[in-house]
Design a protein around this ligand. Structure first.
Ligand SMILES: C[S@@+](CC[C@H](N)C(=O)[O-])C[C@H]1O[C@@H](n2cnc3c(N)ncnc32)[C@H](O)[C@@H]1O
Length: 382
């Protein structure tokens, strides 16, 4: 496909998304209908679509219209591309620019956030609002976690380099490597297949590094999902790990991932039967607002009612999970959100409702630190 044909494909997919189709479904549908597209074409089209979604409002303004075409004109204009080359009508590319499209409208460029979220984001982030908004408009770095059971960070780096995957150590935490070249080869690489590294954001790793993990502890990952936190914890300590999730199927990959990482994890159907635990980790369902640069479609789909519902679920999970903690044990709360309603407000409410618990540590990780926006708290029973 020519570069212009890739832009036209992105325009069609964006139209589909703007009509309500989820981004992944729209991309898969296009790929199925477009057998002529190779893997490089698919990757380039995906990048266009995701860039456009991250900057949907500002690009629609700069491009003159909230349509696939308008948003793509806006994104390319923001990036300083020569629009007349792309919009020439040649090689399955988009039709030439109309008179109206040749100049960007003047006026205040809107934020790339849904209207209702702008005040909650501002009040949650304070001085970090502008930088966070800007970071969410850009692409996310690819970050690996080194499994310290199998390799040091330097050993993992040289193993990856043998396959042309270049990385640099991140300051945020001693296990994190940012991939600077060769990211598309990671899942085929021996270091990954042999469990030396896993894909995991640096803020999640940094939270795990803060946990009071010790040999012999009994630890429950109460919202285990694919097991990212369980595996990160198991990479750091010789504890006994249990994994639970209300949706059991979400843990289906966990046994294979644990085997690859060389760690033992017991998946449980009912965490009460093996309670109590010295540590219960609640990586609760959340808005994902700290990760919207990775999943920009979610930013535009997230509604005020969703936030209210999530807050209730998060409080309920904490309430259930606290009952599973052994005397003297800790309860961990984590979200990949930057909204205080899901973070500090949940913790404040918890210690107010349950005065026999106290906050031992809490931290909001900012996108400016290199990882995703993330929050963690350690609660201990007094
Ligand atoms: C943020 S995800 C967990 C991600 C996972 N910890 C990881 O690192 O890969 C939240 C998980 O909580 C689960 N969940 C939702 N409600 C729950 C509940 N009431 N009890 C336990 N798990 C729940 C969801 O199914 C989802 O897998």
């Amino acid at each position: 496909m020519t570069p212009a044909a890739r832009v036209q494909a992105a325009i069609d997919i964006l139209d589909d998304i703007l009509e309500g189709t989820p981004a992944e479904k729209a991309l898969t549908g296009w790929a199925r209908r477009s057998r002529f597209a190779g893997s490089k074409d698919r990757a380039a089209v995906r990048d266009h679509v995701f860039d456009a979604l991250r900057r949907r409002n500002s690009a629609a303004f700069v491009g003159g219209d909230l349509t696939g075409r308008g948003v793509m004109i806006g994104v390319l204009r923001q990036d300083g591309a020569d629009l007349n080359v792309v919009f020439s009508g040649a090689g399955y590319g988009p039709a030439p620019l109309t008179e109206q499209e040749t100049t960007a409208p003047v006026g205040e460029i809107p934020l790339d956030l849904p209207e209702w979220l702008q005040d909650p984001m501002r009040s949650s982030l304070g001085a970090a609002f502008e930088a966070t908004h800007e970071a969410l408009r850009g692409r996310a770095p690819v970050i690996l976690r080194v499994n310290l059971r199998k390799a040091t960070r330097a050993e993992a780096q040289s193993a990856l380099l043998q396959d042309g995957i270049e990385t640099r150590p991140m300051d945020l935490v001693d296990t994190a490597l940012e991939v600077t070249a060769g990211a598309r080869r990671i899942k085929l690489n021996a270091a990954y297949l042999e469990g030396l590294v896993e894909l995991q954001d640096a803020s999640s790793q940094a939270l795990v590094a803060q946990l009071p993990l010790e040999q012999g502890l009994k630890v429950l990952d109460y919202c285990a999902g694919g097991g990212g936190k369980t595996l990160a914890m198991a990479g750091r300590a010789d504890a006994t790990f249990f994994a639970y999730d209300a949706l059991e199927h979400r843990m289906s990959d966990l046994p294979a991932r644990a085997k690859r990482a060389g760690v033992a994890v017991q998946v449980v159907e009912n965490p009460v039967t093996t309670a109590p635990y010295d540590m219960v980790v609640c990586d609760v369902p959340c808005s994902g607002s700290g990760t919207w640069r990775r999943a920009p479609d979610a930013k535009w789909r997230f509604a005020e009612d969703d936030l209210a519902q999530l807050e209730a679920t998060q409080a309920e999970i904490l309430d259930q999970a606290k009952k599973l903690v052994a005397p003297g044990g800790v309860l961990i709360y984590a979200t990949c959100s930057v909204l205080s309603a899901e973070n500090t407000a949940q913790i404040d409410r918890f210690v107010e409702n349950f005065p026999d618990w106290e906050v031992q540590w809490q931290r909001q990780f900012a996108l400016s630190e290199g990882g995703d926006g993330f929050f963690g708290a350690i609660l201990r029973k007094k």
